[in-house]
Each structure stands twice: as C-alpha cells, then as structure tokens.
Design a protein around this ligand. Structure first.
Ligand code: SAM
Length: 254
C-alpha cells in the first residue's frame, strides 16, 4: 500500500503525469516512515507508470459510470491510501465508502476526514457485517484495485454474491493478476498473492448476474508515458503476451 502511494507520489512530480496524484505527494510528506527503503525497492523511474496507468483506467471507468449515475454509491474496496474520492470530481449526489482493514483505515483517518458524502469503514471485505453500514439499492460502482488477488477464490465469490444481492444494479471494476501471481509473490516483495487468473470469465462463472463488458492490459496505455525511454520499454513489455497479460483490468455490469 505504501509502495503504491510512493509510486503515485513520484509520478505526480513529472512535468506531464498520466495520473498526477498530488494528494499522494502530500501524504508521503505527512507520513512518518522511512520512504528511502521503499525507494530502493520499487524503482519509481519505471514502475510509477504501471501504477499510474492502472489508476488512470480505474478513474476513467468510475468517472464514466458516475457521469451516467450522479446519485450512485461508490464502494472503494481495499482503498489503502488512494486519494481517488478526492481526485475525482464526483457530484454531490454520490455517496462514497472507502473500505480497508482496520489498521489501514486508522492511518487513513489521520490523513483524511469524513463528510456527509464520504465515509471510511475499517473492516475486512470478507467479513459479512460491513455492508450493513452501506445503503442498499443502487446504482453502485464497486472498485477493487489491487485487492482481489489477496483473497482466495471462495472469498472473492462470497464477496461478489453479497454485493450483487445487496444492490439492484451497478458496475464492478477490478484488476486480476495471472496464474503466475501466487508463485511469483513467494519470491518477490509484492505481498502474499493467493489467487491468479487471466480469465475474467472465472468471475462471471461464480456470479451469473455479472457480465464482463470490457477488459484490457494495465500496460495498454503505454503510448501516454511522457518519458521516451520508459515509453519504449513499456511498448516492448506490452508486446510480450505473458507480461502484457500479467495484470489486467476488468469492467463488469450487473
Ligand atoms: C496493493 S494495496 C492497494 C491499495 C489501493 N487500492 C491503492 O490503489 O493504493 C492492497 C490493499 O488491499 C487491502 N486489503 C487486503 N486484504 C483486505 C481485506 N481482506 N479487506 C479489506 N482490505 C484488504 C490492503 O490493506 C491494502 O490496502
């Protein structure tokens, strides 16, 4: 979570950023942590673009949904320290819920305040109770960026059932890493990845209400990278199917 925050902060300092998350830069300055350790591990000069491209795709899909549904509820699952609710200019009718583990929300509360339309819920998304704090009905936009791979398939299936049962209709935005995610995470610093698939249809098989309406590689927008060396590196990575399909973003409707 702090690695992603640091990468977004780094990208925001470029002359022509893709995501331009200036909140992240302010948050890094406000959190008492040795970010030099993270700097050595995450290689911001190249990896900042992976995080920026993925974040920008989520922002674009959520914005698109909220333009059509200005009275929607947003569930931002595994929000970490993502500034998305403040980055996106959602209309006053939108009610936004940021959900993450209790210790993460405790830190988040030191950086951001709740308001009438913005709430934070400190709970595992696998616990049944947290949804009781959220108004039922719809429409709803559900974002799970960098989250579902940390849950087991039964946990994901149960979470999705609870969500699609509680709301009349909405959209789900999520990224999934390939089946190489779990073995690779054992030898890297990415955390414990429990589930990998490159098949977005696996999710629709678990919940018949969900329809896959779009999906793309996180790297697909490489042409937007403002630095030529990194742009050509990403172009080469994108041409290799195993790398192009390692992390994909999926949009579902129900
Ligand atoms: C890779 S980080 C992504 C954070 C954020 N989405 C972002 O883009 O910066 C994964 C996040 O998922 C959260 N997470 C992991 N398991 C969770 C669970 N069972 N319930 C809620 N959040 C969880 C972590 O605490 C962490 O903040």
């Amino acid at each position: 979570m702090l690695c992603l925050l640091y990468l977004r902060a780094s990208e925001s300092r470029l002359d022509q950023p893709i995501l331009g998350d200036h909140f992240a830069a302010k948050d890094v300055a406000r959190i008492d942590y040795d970010f030099a350790r993270i700097h050595r591990r995450v290689r911001p000069d190249t990896n900042q673009f992976m995080v920026a491209l993925r974040g920008a795709q989520f922002d674009a899909w959520i914005t698109n949904y909220l333009e059509a549904h200005p009275d929607a509820t947003v569930l931002h699952l595994g929000c970490g320290l993502n500034s998305r609710p403040f980055r996106l200019a959602a209309s006053e009718g939108v009610r936004w819920f940021d959900v993450d583990l209790p210790q993460i929300i405790a830190l988040r509360r030191k950086l951001y305040s709740e308001s009438e339309n913005y709430r934070m819920i400190g709970c595992s998304v696998t616990d049944a109770g947290w949804l009781e704090d959220v108004p039922t009905g719809g429409p709803v936009a559900i974002a799970a960026e960098g989250l579902l791979m940390y849950l087991t398939p039964p946990e994901v299936a149960e979470l999705l059932h609870r969500l699609t049962e509680r709301f009349d209709g909405g959209e789900l935005f999520a990224d999934l890493v390939s089946k190489w995610g779990p073995p690779l995470s054992k030898v890297s610093a990415s955390g414990v990845i429990k589930w990998g698939t490159r098949d977005g249809g696996e999710i629709t098989g678990w919940d018949a209400r969900l329809r896959l309406i779009d999906d793309r590689s996180v790297l697909a927008g490489f042409d937007e990278i403002p630095l030529s060396r990194q742009r050509s590196l990403y172009r080469r990575l994108h041409s290799i199917p195993a790398i192009r399909n390692y992390d994909r973003v999926f949009r579902y409707a129900f």
